[in-house]
Design a protein around this ligand. Sequence first.
Ligand code: ASP
Ligand code: MG
Length: 318
Amino acid sequence: MLTIQKFGGSSLADAEGLCRAAALCIRERQKGRDAAMVVSAMGDTTDELLAMAYSVSSAPSARELDALMSTGECSSAALVAIALEARGQRAISLTGWQSGIFTDAVHGDAQITTLTCARVRAALAHEIVPVISGFQGIDGSGDVTTLGRGGSDTTAVALAAALRAERCDIYTDVPGVFTADPRLVPEARLLEKIDSRDMLRLSYAGAQVLEKRSMELALEKGTEICLRSSSGEGEGTAVRVLGESERPELGGLALRGGTVTLVGRGAPAWLPRLQRRLEGEGIEILDSALSRDQISFELPREKALAGLRMLHALCFER
Ligand code: ASP
Ligand code: MG
């Protein structure tokens, strides 16, 4: 049984975070499972690298930006491997190209085309934990590419599918997926599970938990994800295609700019109720859009947060 464990930048911001990730890998192995890790760059490294590039040029080339940005993930992979070795666990850091992650040549937004993973498989066969740099690959001419911001999630899902992993755990700085962003809606509730299609819609509507392309890939490949806290506490949120009977009527709410979106198989039927509530509270609806399993309202920007909270109270706080 194989678990892919992906760690985001905020979970790897310092030595403590790197060591915690290593400890969580060892904990997973103590459960009798194999583990392969996928890591993002530490903290705000990617932003800092980009700022450096623009400090020496107003128009850095896409190729060199990728060469530069990819170093963030290479560093964190080596550091996590070092932390594992310090705990007596054999480990090997592998870059995207060492892992056989081939992409098209669209620098800054590359798509994975083929995954060979030979060295990843070889390491696993020898009880060595592969620690793979997320967010990067190599194109047909041997140049380093990156997969778009937040792309380490995609690396994790692609590897989970290619290696037929039993679990794909995405560790982050929140305990899981909530009914709305808990930083915006303090009453938001942690979900035990969410339907992958609802999660994809929420990602498009502004939820920042899982990167869009990784959710598309997870749906295409049928990969189940568990989004969980890098503190190691809690079981997190299972993100998978739910059967009709276990799929709740409403999935969650997201906010992007002035647009509030409600997703869930029952969402469209809620339109009149939500409209009445917003208008009753004096929040003007500039536009609304209804599509399969979702409704969106465009509200005046300064009222969007209040609107989100109001709709949350109506939909999820009963
Ligand atoms: N480090 C990259 C970024 O900040 C990739 C990732 O975090 O997934 O976008
Ligand atoms: Mg990052």
